[in-house]
Design a binder for this molecule. Structure first.
Ligand code: IMP
Length: 415
């Protein structure tokens, strides 16, 4: 079976833990979009590992991790991440494959992303160069991983691209230009080390499908950050929905058997943009503290608020999701009352065009006080926690099949 794991909110739903947990039954874990803007966290014992580009199911020993064609790839972040992970498991390098089709995130992409965010009214990006790299991809002037192994071609493309970027840097942003020689030299070194890992991912995956291997497609960011259907322009630059998996690795749409939606028991968002259930008073502050809601990539405090069923219904529709993996339920322990947004003042359903004007209408139920992090059986959960899950199911029309009750790898209830 091949499944896609997709965030149904604004990212940071806990997909890292979910993929790590589910991946034990899979042979291949594929990232299909985004890049080092992602921060998928997996807690192993006392250690917290943060994955930016490497598929996080790779901690399972028999898994091959693929960074698919739809991703943008930053070699410097990749090697830093790989070197850290190899301290945990030295076999990881042999189990990672990178698509030759991935577009490269170049130093000038990062520089322009940073300058735009710092000097203009940015959208609050992660400053990892993601949007600028995708601009070059769709502007058909980008450099791809496969280009690194043809030095002449790489040099020609780079010089062409950099001459335009240096003009922008100097004339528009009044910044220093970058030297092509330095970049060429640096990328030659990267190429030597990357060579054994680079593949045609479409061929690799179609062979795997023929051999009946099980593939998990690991979504990054979340549905509300999707370039087409998110809260545009406050979105990322890739297709974060399940359909992105097909175009992101070049396999037919019929090869994904199931989509699991990952949903946090409340809502968070980093960066600017509309967020109807945002709570900027005590509740939001409590959730940030209790849920340790600080960005895994940038360290920025996340904006927090109650669960918004309208957002999840909208996201479930875009992904064809029928079941959800609910995360961070334990964070709500201690609240006297738990609120859930069920509709909006002037509309039943979420509409990204009207997101600024939507005010949620809330249902409120009594909260629970117990520490639930050691519970592994649904029936052992406090009655109020079970009621909250039922309320989520009722207002989203989705089935909650898994519940994460703590940061540890095994802190999961399978319903
Ligand atoms: P970019 O992807 O860095 O261009 O940022 C665009 C928007 O997506 C910003 O609001 C970021 O905060 C948000 N974003 C990007 N990656 C993530 C993520 O992994 N989790 C949550 N938000 C993200």
């Amino acid at each position: 079976m091949n499944i896609a794991v997709i965030g149904l909110q604004w990212g940071d739903e806990g997909k890292g833990k979910v993929v790590d947990y589910l991946a034990k039954d899979f042979d291949i874990d594929v990232r299909f979009q985004g890049g080092a803007n992602a921060g998928h966290t997996v807690r192993v014992g006392e250690k917290e590992l943060i994955f930016h580009q490497i598929p996080c199911g790779i901690l399972n020993k028999d898994i091959t991790g693929v960074i698919g064609a739809g991703c943008v790839f930053d070699p410097s972040v990749f090697f830093e991440e790989l070197n850290n992970l190899k301290k945990v498991d030295p076999t990881i390098e042999e189990r990672i494959k990178i698509s030759q089709f991935c577009h490269l995130v170049m130093p000038y992409h990062i520089m322009i992303d940073r300058i735009r965010e710092e000097t203009q009214q940015g959208i609050g990006t992660t400053k990892k160069g993601i949007g600028v790299a995708y601009e070059d991809k769709y502007g058909r002037i980008g450099l791809r991983v496969g280009d690194m192994f043809n030095p002449e071609r790489f040099e020609k493309l780079l010089k062409h691209n950099l001459s335009r970027k240096n003009l922008i840097l100097m004339e528009i942003y009044r910044a220093e230009p970058l030297s092509d020689n330095e970049i060429i030299h640096q990328f030659r070194e990267y190429a030597d080390r990357l060579r054994p890992m680079v593949i045609d991912d479409t061929a690799f995956l179609s062979r795997a499908i023929k051999e009946k291997k099980n593939i998990i497609f690991e979504g990054a960011q979340g549905t509300l950050l999707d370039i087409n259907f998110g809260t545009y322009p406050y979105v990322t630059s890739s297709h974060t929905i399940a359909g992105g998996a097909n175009i992101g690795v070049g396999i037919g749409p019929l090869y994904i058997d199931k989509v699991i939606g990952v949903v946090k028991a409340y809502t968070t968002r980093v960066g600017r943009g509309p967020f109807p259930s945002e709570d900027d008073s005590c509740l939001g502050e409590d959730l940030r503290k209790m849920g340790k809601e600080f960005g895994a990539t940038t360290g920025r405090p996340r904006r927090c608020g109650p669960f918004d069923a309208g957002v999840v219904r909208y996201a479930a529709r875009l992904n064809g999701v029928e079941e959800i993996f609910l995360t961070k339920l334990d964070v709500l322990s201690g609240l006297d009352k738990i609120k859930i947004g069920v509709a909006y003042n002037n509309k039943k359903d979420f509409d990204p065009f009207l997101a600024e004007e939507l005010n949620p209408i809330y249902n409120e139920i009594p909260g629970f006080k117990e520490d639930i992090s050691m519970i592994r059986d649904f029936n052992d959960l406090p009655e109020q926690a079970r009621n909250y899950i039922k309320l989520i199911e009722h207002h989203t029309n989705l089935q909650v099949n898994f519940i994460s009750v703590g940061p540890n790898r095994d802190a999961v209830i399978k319903k």
